[in-house]
Structure formats: C-alpha cells, structure tokens
Write a protein that binds this ligand. Structure first.
Ligand code: 13P
Length: 251
C-alpha cells in the first residue's frame, strides 16, 4: 500500500539557527502527538547537517530542495546528490516549479538529477504542475502527463521509489488552493499515466502529494480524496503549529 506523506518545503527561508529551532519544535510535537502519515522536512542545504543532529529520522524524515545534475567536479556553487546523502538526508525535492521557472530546469536536467538521486539512495519528491494559462486553456492534463513522462526512462524498480507532488503553479503561495475535486481529478490522471506505463500495481503504490496553499483548514478535505496521498507544504511548513495541523489532518 502507498504511504501517506506530509512533507514541508522550507524554500529559501530561515537562518540555520531558526531552522534548527523549527525542526526541534516539529520533532517534539511529533513525539507527543499521534500521527498517521510519514512526515518529512526539506530544508536549505546549509541546514541539513545541523537539523539532522536534532531530529530522529525514524520519526521525521529529512530532505534537500534540489541537487546537481552532475556527479562531481567543476560546477561552482552546486551541491551533488552524494553530498546531500552524506548529510544524512533521505529525500530530495526535484523539479519544483520555482526551479523550472527561475533556474531553467527542464526534462533533461531533471532526468539527470533523478538518476543521481536514486543512485545515492535519496527518495525524489518529483514535482509537476501546470501554470495558470495551461489551466485556463485546458491543456493541463497533457502538460502534467509530459512532465511525468520525463521519468519514464526509469526501470519499474526505480520508478517505484519516486514520490510525485502535483503542485498547480497558480496555487503556490497565492492562497488560492485547487479545489479538492480538481486535485483528485489530476491525481487520478497522473495515476492512470503511471499505470499505462508501469502497470496498475506500481501506480497504486505511488504516493502522489498535493501542493499549493495547503493549510490546516483545507488539508482534511484534500487528503480525504482517494488519490491524494498527502501534501507538499510551503508557507505553512514554517510554523510548527500550522505544519502539525496539516499532519493531523490524517488523524
Ligand atoms: P505554498 O504551500 O506556500 O503554497 O507552497 C507550496 C509549494 O510550493 C511546496 O513545494
């Protein structure tokens, strides 16, 4: 059976000290509150080692927000998948819309990053999602299908290690969430695209998270949908109480 997962994406927020404190708060809350899903925080690279020192990764998973598309060498400013793994992190967000939009990431770079993440035993949280224009002109199902298909060079065994996050770009940081029905329709579509390539069993076992203005107040309705297996949380992951409110939507 697929896992339910609530993952935080801190983006470019918090100092190391603030991040360690936030991770500690989330960790303490998880220890004292029953929860029915896996919980992960994805932090800036600088935070990974000190945060790993204050959490128990059997209770709270840790990930990076990106990794390089090369193994090692003369790529000034880049951080490799191997380096991420050496911090103790187990996850990496790949293909976030902000990386696609501002840093020119495309299917080719994302294929390379995914390969390197898997080779270093990191679980990719692979983001897909349409922009507003594509939602409005009705091409969103095709756009997202093409983004998922960037992974289809992977063997079935490798694909089964991927977590997908559907994040409609028009819902990210805008306060305008997709309706639960819009999320469900897209998640079912993604699952069908996966089933057509890898078969029903792998599709049924793939966790597909929703991201985009997910908050304690709307998480329960979104997560109640059969194909929504949790959330990738931006703004609301920066306050332990809000993040825990979303985690508790699975209780
Ligand atoms: P918000 O939750 O702030 O809309 O961000 C979503 C997101 O981009 C998570 O990766």
């Amino acid at each position: 059976m697929r896992k339910n997962i609530v993952a935080g994406n801190w983006k470019m927020n918090t100092t190391v000290q603030e991040g360690v404190s936030l991770a500690g708060e989330v960790m303490a809350a998880l220890k004292s509150t029953a929860h029915n899903c896996d919980v992960v925080i994805c932090t800036p690279f600088t935070h990974l080692v000190p945060v790993a020192g204050v959490i128990d990764q059997n209770i709270l998973g840790l990930g990076a927000e990106n990794c390089a598309d090369h193994t090692s060498g003369a790529y000034t400013g880049e951080v490799s998948a191997q380096m991420v793994a050496s911090t103790g992190a187990n996850y990496v967000i790949l293909g976030h819309s902000e990386r696609r939009q501002y840093y020119g990431e495309n299917n080719e770079t994302l294929k390379a990053k995914t390969r390197l993440a898997l080779d270093n035993n990191l679980t990719p949280i692979f983001c897909v999602g349409e922009v507003l224009e594509e939602r409005e002109n009705g091409t969103y199902n095709d756009v997202v299908k093409a983004q998922v298909e960037a992974l289809f060079d992977l063997s079935a065994d490798d694909f089964s290690k991927i977590v997908i996050a559907y994040e409609p770009v028009w819902a990210i940081g805008t306060g305008k969430t997709a309706t639960a029905d819009q999320a469900q329709d897209m998640h079912a579509h993604i699952r069908q695209v996966i089933a057509d390539k890898y078969g029903k069993e792998i599709a049924e076992n793939t966790s597909i998270l929703y991201g985009g203005s997910c908050k304690p107040g709307n998480a329960r309705e979104l997560f109640a949908k059969p194909d929504v297996d949790g959330g990738l949380i931006g703004g609301a992951a920066l306050k332990a109480a809000d993040f825990m409110g979303i985690v508790e939507a699975f209780n």
